[in-house]
Every structure is written in structure tokens, then in C-alpha cells.
Design a protein around this ligand. Structure first.
Ligand code: APR
Ligand code: PHB
Length: 393
């Protein structure tokens, strides 16, 4: 097999890159370890920045998103029960975000690719990258018991945090900076109406909580839990009681509860590996960096990387501008580190790290300050809706 760009991973990063390249006449083959159904069964966050929405449209996969997604013009913080709203229109120069599940984004990209005849090999086992520091890189994999070789010009490593791409880089050629947090998020999905018309991020003496949503009858909620907790420790009734105790009283009183249709616990983690390039391998999305979900940045950072990589590859293939390949990592990392900072800060400001009442008072003062000063409101709003993309030159 032969292609121009071998893409490892059919998550949102790989699929989006594949679509954008396809529409410019650049051939790509996507290799995915799992089945399409498995990829679509993963529940992830659901807030799209404007840049992500625009890329979905550019990839000709934005139709359902525009019809079914919900534009949000603000978000609320609950500070020990007191609700304060951040108005994006006012503090982020008219920008907004869209609530539309990442699972739906993946679904729409997958069906657009299938309709247009793009090649995606699902259940590709034992994917291995070869000769990535030469001008003739290759990828091998096993499909239905047979070993297949894919020759290509460039490799896009879009295979998430446990993928093979980053692991194929020799030790010492990349540096990873990371932080773990001493708690996790217990999340549930329920066929119930949202708690409020916008998202509520709550800091409470009992710990963090988040009321999110997908559609008028599908909601997503999270509470901070100790890392040792298991799903079995959290029957639905206990979850709802804990959530209600952490959010504003007027919201708790009208909250409609129901059986969970999904329940999971996820640890929180920050990490960045740099540079995001080694020879002809370019990392994008979770393959290069992880953010804790508190700022809703995971998917949006991935699409930001893809936007830069796509524009670089376009100039390489159409105008032979191979000099731009050197700029990818630096350009992507400018935005990545700022989103890492915002996600870390949101996490630090909203979660319970200890029983120290002084530390909690400081968090409350910080939240009070940020949600009442013009500078603070602007800071949160412009980071939450997403910082601008840089031009590739
Ligand atoms: N070979 C082939 N495919 C692989 C391999 C491998 N060795 N390892 C992992 N993959 C696949 C995974 O099965 C997955 O489908 O790569 C894909 C990576 O997708 P994601 O983990 O979703 O990562 P990405 O596309 O970068 O999406 C960005 O945003 O909200 C965040 O973490 C969230 O997934 C989200 C991310
Ligand atoms: C979600 O809806 O799953 C969600 C929303 C916002 C976040 C994290 C997760 O910050």
C-alpha cells in the first residue's frame, strides 16, 4: 500500500486531519487499532470552541453539528453555593462555544469519510512505525492475520496518549512534562433535562462538581472523588445526593434526577511532550498532550494541532514548502501550553486538594475576585472560548 500521509488513530484528530487533506486532494490512509463501534462507544467531553466548529465545517462534516449543537453564550461558577455567570459575548468579544458531544463529532467525521471513500483500516493490529527519520517512512500492521506495509511521505501520530507513535521516538529525543492530581472525576450520563441552561462548575467544601449537558433530554454530571473510589461505591442515589450538596441550592432543588445510562471514573492528568515532531512523524492531539477536563480543552487542543498540521502539509504538498515542517511543533506548542495553563488553573481553583480550611478560603477569594473584576472575567472568558490560532507564516 502507498499513500501521502499515514495517519495513526481514528479519534477526532486523525479523522479530522484525514477529511481536511482529502478535500485538498491529498491522499491519506488511517490505521485504527479498535473497531469503529468501539471508537464510537467512548464518551468524552462536549464543548466545542469556535475554531473547532469552523474546522468541522471546512472538513464538510459540520451539517449535523450546526443543526443539533447548542450555542452557549456563557458559563457559571458556583462558589460555595453562590452562582456567578461569565458572559462570553461581553468578555470574549462576541465569541461563544457549542455544546455538542465529542462522540457526535467523531461519528460525523467517520460518516463523512466513509461517504467520500476515504480509506480507514479498523482493527489494524500491531501497528509499527519504521524509518521515521528518513525520507521514506513506512508503517506496518497486521490485518486479518496478514502483515501489510504502508509506504508514505509523512506520518501523523493521532493515536492518543497510549498510542504507538510517541513510543516510536527514540528515548531522549522528546521531553515529557507532566502532573497528576490526587483525585478523579466520577461522571454519569442520564436521560434527564440539564440542571441549568448553561454549564455550572462548582467549588464546594465537599469537592468539585460539574453540571454539563448534551441535549434537552440528555445530561452529563461529574463529582470529584478520591482516586481509590470504585464505581460500585457510587450507586445513583449517592451520586445525586453528593451532586446536589455541591451545587447552588436553587439548582439542586429543581434538579431532575433519573437512572444513569453510563457511569465512569477518570483520573486527572496534565502532560506535554515536546517537540511534537521527530523526523517525518508529527504528533497531534492526545498523542502529544493531555489536559485535565476542567477547562474542556482536550478536543479543542487536538483540533488546534490538526489545523496547524493540515495547513503546513498543504503548503508542503502544493508549494513544496518543506521549510514549514520545522515550524509545526513550535506553533502548536504556543497554544498547547496556554491551554495547559488554563486547564491546570481551572483544576487548581475548583477542586478540593486537602482539608486545609485556609487553602479553601484562598480558592474562594480567588474565584470571587475573578468573577467580579473585568480583568478576571475577561481572562476566564477568552481562555474558555479558545485562544486564536496562529498563522503558519
Ligand atoms: N494503533 C492504531 N490506533 C491506535 C493505537 C495504535 N497502536 N493506539 C491508539 N490508537 C487509536 C485509539 O484507539 C483511538 O481511537 O488512536 C485513537 C486516538 O483517539 P483519541 O484518544 O480520541 O485522541 P485524539 O484523536 O487526539 O482526540 C483528542 O480530546 O477530549 C479529548 O482525550 C479526549 O479523545 C480526546 C481528545
Ligand atoms: C462534558 O460535557 O462532558 C464536559 C463539559 C465540560 C468540561 C468537561 C466535560 O469541562
Amino acid at each position: 500500500m502507498k499513500t501521502q500521509v499515514a495517519i495513526i488513530g481514528a479519534g477526532p484528530s486523525g479523522l479530522l486531519l484525514g477529511q481536511l487533506l482529502h478535500h485538498q486532494g491529498i491522499d491519506a490512509v488511517i490505521l485504527e487499532r479498535r473497531s469503529a463501534d468501539y471508537v464510537l462507544s467512548r464518551i468524552r467531553a462536549g464543548v466545542l470552541e469556535q475554531g473547532t466548529m469552523e474546522l468541522m465545517r471546512e472538513a464538510k462534516a459540520g451539517e449535523r453539528m450546526d443543526a443539533e449543537g447548542h450555542i452557549h453564550e456563557g458559563v457559571s461558577f458556583s462558589i460555595n453555593g453562590l452562582q456567578r455567570r461569565i458572559d462570553f459575548k461581553k468578555y470574549a468579544k462576541g465569541k461563544t462555544v457549542m455544546v455538542y458531544g465529542q462522540t457526535e463529532v467523531t461519528h460525523d467525521l467517520m460518516s463523512a469519510r466513509a461517504k467520500e471513500g476515504g480509506v480507514t483500516v479498523y482493527e489494524a493490529e500491531n501497528v509499527q512505525l519504521h524509518d521515521i527519520y528518513t525520507d521514506k517512512p513506512r508503517v506496518t500492521f497486521t490485518k486479518d492475520g496478514k502483515t501489510v506495509e504502508l509506504e508514505c511521505e509523512y506520518i501523523a501520530g493521532c493515536d492518543g496518549s497510549h498510542g504507538v507513535s510517541r513510543q516510536s521516538v527514540p528515548k531522549g529525543a522528546m521531553t515529557t512534562y507532566e502532573r497528576t492530581y490526587p483525585f478523579g472525576w466520577l461522571g454519569i450520563m442520564s436521560r434527564t433535562p440539564p440542571a441549568d441552561h448553561e454549564l455550572i462548575y462548582a467549588n464546594h467544601a465537599r469537592g468539585f462538581a460539574l453540571c454539563s449537558q448534551r441535549t434537552p433530554m440528555l445530561s452529563r454530571f461529574y463529582v470529584q472523588v478520591p482516586l481509590e473510589d470504585k464505581i460500585e461505591d457510587w450507586p445513583d442515589a449517592r451520586f445525586w445526593d453528593e451532586l446536589k450538596a455541591r451545587i447552588p441550592q436553587h439548582t439542586a432543588e429543581k434538579l431532575v434526577t433519573g437512572p444513569s445510562i453510563e457511569k465512569s471514573i477518570a483520573p486527572l492528568h496534565s502532560s506535554v511532550s515536546e517537540p511534537m515532531r521527530y523526523g517525518r512523524l508529527f504528533l497531534a492531539g492526545d498523542a502529544a498532550h493531555i489536559v485535565p477536563p476542567t477547562g474542556a480543552k482536550g478536543l479543542n487542543l487536538a483540533t488546534g494541532d490538526v489545523s496547524i498540521l493540515f495547513r503546513v502539509l498543504l503548503k508542503v504538498f502544493k508549494e513544496n514548502r518543506t521549510d514549514l515542517l520545522d515550524k509545526y511543533s513550535e506553533l502548536a506548542l504556543h497554544r498547547v501550553w496556554k491551554a495547559e495553563r488554563f486547564s491546570w488553573w481551572m483544576t487548581s481553583m475548583l477542586h478540593k486538594f486537602s482539608d486545609d480550611p485556609f487553602a479553601h478560603r484562598i480558592q474562594l477569594a480567588e474565584l470571587d475576585y475573578y468573577t467580579t473584576s473585568e480583568a478576571g472575567l475577561t481572562n476566564i472568558a477568552e481562555n474558555y472560548v479558545g485562544l486564536p490560532y496562529e498563522n503558519v507564516e
